[in-house]
Design a binder for this molecule. Structure first.
Ligand SMILES: *[C@@H]1O[C@H](CO)[C@@H](O)[C@H](O)[C@H]1NC(C)=O
Ligand SMILES: *[C@@H]1O[C@H](CO)[C@@H](O)[C@H](O)[C@H]1NC(C)=O
Ligand SMILES: *[C@@H]1O[C@H](CO)[C@@H](O)[C@H](O)[C@H]1NC(C)=O
Ligand SMILES: *[C@@H]1O[C@H](CO)[C@@H](O)[C@H](O)[C@H]1NC(C)=O
Ligand SMILES: *[C@@H]1O[C@H](CO)[C@@H](O)[C@H](O)[C@H]1NC(C)=O
Length: 816
């Protein structure tokens, strides 16, 4: 057996056991990224990572863009089965292990753009059957490999870059139907006809074909020929149409009956425009969009006057720059172009006026967007022909982001546009609203956002269905708008929601970034039809009611949906909750129902107290307590007295204290007192003359000091007596005072100030220990430990009884 083989096997076993949970040394090497949110979307962008960091295996989205990752190894992404989106955009990725993406079965979106990949590898994508979007732009590969075969669900594909030189037939085999195709092929030098031909339907194609348009129009035409379909939107980027020939490829566009053509980052000369117009004569292009256009010419396009561009319905121009603006001729000669479009947008083109004459040429126009230009009140008057209703079909007018100051002027200028439904005057400098305005009765949509309004007035037309007043300085809204469906009030200074009854038809309300403290279900119920509410980023006071209401609403309990992210609802107060997301706040019952909580606590405490009292009362604890107190007091006073009078004997002035029940008083008075207190002449017991001496008894009836508390009396009586005689009977057992006396004597027994025989028990009637109630346990104990004298019913046994009693009473003296 060869040892290396065994080691290898052991290693193999070990590594297969440890797959998934990486070994320690590896964990140490790897950085980790914890920037995942509640939706399991991990944003590890711009983290300075040089290798794929460790991220929770539950992540659904992983953004690793703009790091310095150079390589993806085979186990960097194992354990990421749920991952849907992965972006490695903007790294320095030069190497991807062939099986790096093997476990990403759920991946739908993969972005590898802006890296250093010099070639593509088919194995990367072999397991990505779920992939829908793939971005391979701007990597230094010069040609494609047929790598897309396994991507059966692919809908968006982007590839190419400055290094792409060649596209061959078969490179895109397997790619059949796309929503979007983006090809950066500015430096393409070889194109095999048909390379892009088999993709259909194709929703939108973006082509960057700078060099081909400039130098190799045949190649450009071949590319266009393969992707042009009537229903495909074609976007041509980075094109520089310099010469007459540069526009030649558009004959393909025309022949293939393309309808939607967009130019982006496009510069063009007069020559090329004229040729473009000639080449597209009669073509069914319906929308022409120019985005970021540089016009290098002077607008001399008259030679194309004969051409037909009836089909152009939408003309969109944005970010246009006219290099030589002062030489540029007016648009007045362009009637053949201007009379057809229904939709015209000229955005951010430095337009400061559109002469009334030109406006009148735009006969079919229904939609005019002049946003982001340099119009002023004065030039707007000219543009709208002083409000004479020239553009009679106009439905939408957008003059957002100009330098307009007077809202009443705008309202006057549009008043005669009897079809106008949408008016956008946002981002101008209206700082106040006049009291009354005239609007066309058709106006439904009005956008007056970002204009620094402080109040709203009845200037607003009652017909409005959508009103945007966001980003102003409004504090309240008190206008009745019965038709309003949508109201935008974000970025104002509202402290409370406006009253719901003002908007009986409102379905959607946006009131983010105000200073709302809270709102309640009642507030929302005032809006009869409200369905969607966005109210995040306010200064919420997280009271219990508000938190409970919002949490239940976030879960969808109410009729109104909160359509913004729940992370936007953050507590501002109270202080200890500041910054916490409302949906995650947890308030205790003690905090939320303080009054109830305190009341319940009090009631419970009271109840428990009562219960304890009852129990204590049942157990006679108060008696013991009172007694203990008295005993302590007595002890203290006796100690004091003893200190005062060294001779404690002087205190003792009775031979015995008699403790008895009131009901046994007769027996005491008739028998006990006469027998013990009177001198006995006929003494049979001559041996002990002291026996016949009278004894002094202390009876509460006779010897208690009037006016003193009965307890004190009892105690002092017992203190001052040498012995205590208990007359036991049923009555005694029933009497509380007797029990007290008994207990007290018991204390004395253990107190040390009295001798062991301080108590003498006389049983008047037979009393079994078991008949004595439990609480008389002292008595029971005494009866068990001390011998007691029984009062005989027979006359002849009584002298014997008295003798024994006397003996007991004198016992101490005998002992001495
Ligand atoms: C990537 O590394 C380079 C040098 O290696 C450094 O200049 C650059 O700042 C790093 N980029 C990031 C995003 O960390
Ligand atoms: C590709 O085209 C760009 C202009 O888009 C140019 O600057 C660059 O030199 C070209 N690269 C090659 C390899 O031809
Ligand atoms: C616009 O196109 C030119 C080539 O015509 C290119 O060099 C430039 O980078 C492009 N600009 C943008 C913003 O794409
Ligand atoms: C008006 O133009 C602005 C800026 O271009 C845009 O944001 C807004 O949506 C437009 N309004 C309408 C009604 O199209
Ligand atoms: C109102 O105009 C602003 C700025 O032009 C824009 O962002 C906003 O979307 C418009 N509002 C609506 C409801 O279209």
């Amino acid at each position: 057996m060869r040892p290396p083989c065994v080691i290898y096997l052991v290693l193999l076993l070990f590594s297969s056991l440890c797959r998934g949970q990486r070994s320690d040394s590896e964990t140490k090497k790897k950085p980790s990224c914890n920037r995942c949110d509640l939706q399991l979307s991990c944003n590890c962008s711009c983290g300075g990572f040089v290798a794929v960091p460790m991220v929770t295996g539950l992540a659904l989205t992983l953004d690793l863009s703009f790091n310095n990752i150079t390589v993806v190894t085979d186990d960097d992404l194992t354990g990421h089965k749920p991952l849907r989106e992965l972006s490695l955009h903007g790294n320095r990725l030069a190497e991807i292990h062939p099986s790096a993406f093997q476990s990403l079965w759920s991946l739908e979106k993969l972005d590898l753009s802006d890296n250093q990949l010099t070639s593509l590898n088919q194995t990367w994508f072999s397991k990505l059957g779920a992939l829908q979007q793939l971005n391979l732009l701007n990597n230094p590969y010069s040609c494609l490999e047929p790598v897309f075969q396994p991507l059966v669900r692919l809908r968006r594909l982007a590839f190419g870059g400055p290094d792409l030189k060649e596209l061959r037939r078969g490179d895109l085999s397997g790619v059949t139907q796309l929503e979007e195709l983006t090809v950066h092929a500015n430096n393409l030098t070889r194109y095999e006809s048909g390379a892009l031909a088999y993709i259909w339907p194709l929703g939108r194609v973006t082509l960057s074909l700078h060099n081909p348009f400039l130098t190799n129009q045949t190649l450009a035409s071949a590319v266009l020929d393969d992707i042009s379909y009537p229903e495909t939107q074609i976007v041509l980027e980075d094109i520089h149409l310099m010469y007459h020939e540069s526009a030649e490829p558009f004959i393909v566009i025309s022949n293939r009956r393309v309808r939607h053509l967009t130019f982006r980052n496009f510069s063009v000369s007069d020559e090329a425009i004229v040729n473009f117009l000639n080449k597209t004569n009669g073509a069914p292009i319906s929308s022409l969009i120019y985005d970021a256009v540089t016009l290098t010419g002077e607008g001399r396009w008259e030679s194309a006057k004969w051409t037909d561009h009836k089909s152009v319905d939408e003309f969109y121009l944005r970010d246009a720059v006219v290099l030589d603006v002062f030489k540029f001729v007016s648009f007045f000669n362009l009637k053949y172009l201007l009379q057809y479009p229904r939709k015209v947008s000229v955005i951010n083109c430095g337009v400061f006026v559109m002469p009334c004459n030109t406006s009148r040429l735009l006969m079919n126009m229904q939609y005019l967007d002049l946003s982001d230009n340099l119009l002023t009140d004065l030039t707007l008057e000219e543009t709208l022909c002083n409000g004479d209703g020239s553009m009679k079909d106009l439905r939408v007018l957008n003059i957002s982001r100009n330098a307009l100051k007077s809202l009443s002027l705008v309202s006057r200028l549009v008043a005669k546009l009897s079809k106008l439904t949408h008016l956008d005057v946002s981002r101008n400098v209206y700082s106040s609203m006049p009291q009354g305005c005239t609007w066309p009765s058709t106006l439904r949509y009005l956008n007056i956002s970002r204009v620094k309004l402080r109040t709203v007035t009845p200037c607003l037309p009652i017909t409005l269905e959508v009103l945007d007043l966001s980003n102003n300085d409004l504090k309240d809204f008190t206008l009745f708008l019965p038709a309003l469906r949508e109201l935008h009030l974000s970025g104002n200074k509202f402290l409370t929601l406006p009253h719901g009854w003002l908007f009986p038809n409102l379905q959607s309300l946006t009131i983010q970034s105000n200073t709302l403290n809270m709102f309640s279900r009642v507030d929302l119920q005032a809006y009869e039809r409200l369905q969607n509410l966005q109210a995040g980023q306010n200064k919420f006071v997280c009271s219990c009611d508000f938190v409970a209401f919002l949490q239940s609403d976030i879960k969808g309990a109410g009729d109104v949906h909160l359509t913004d992210r729940k992370e936007n609802y953050v507590c501002d107060a109270p202080f200890h909750l500041r910054g916490e997301i409302v949906s995650q706040v947890h308030l205790t019952i003690a905090y939320c129902h303080r009054v109830l909580f305190v009341s319940v606590c009090c009631v419970v405490a009271l109840f428990v107290g009562c219960l304890v009292c009852v129990v204590l009362w049942r157990l006679h604890a108060f008696w013991y307590l009172k007694m203990t107190w008295s005993w302590l007091k007595a002890k203290r006073s006796s100690r004091q007295q003893r200190r005062n009078q060294a001779d404690s004997e002087a205190l003792v002035c009775f031979d015995a204290f008699v403790s008895y029940s009131e009901r046994d008083a007769r027996w005491v008075e008739d028998f006990l007192v006469p027998e013990l207190e009177e001198t006995r002449e006929n003494n049979d017991d001559a041996t002990n003359p002291r026996n016949s001496q009278p004894l002094s008894l202390c009876l509460h009836k006779r010897d208690f000091l009037p006016g003193h508390w009965i307890m004190d009396n009892i105690m002092s009586a017992m203190e001052r007596s040498r012995r205590t005689i208990f007359i036991l009977s049923e009555n005694f057992v029933r009497s509380d005072w007797c029990r007290y006396e008994l207990d007290f004597s018991h204390f004395r027994l253990f107190d040390g100030t009295a001798d062991g025989n301080a108590a003498i028990l006389i049983l008047l009637e037979p009393l079994a220990t078991d008949d004595i109630p439990k609480r008389f346990y002292k008595l029971r104990k005494l009866m068990n430990s001390t011998t007691y004298l029984e009062w005989p019913l027979e006359e002849e046994r009584r002298p014997e009884f008295w003798r024994r009693l006397r003996d007991a009473l004198r016992g101490e003296e005998q002992d001495n």
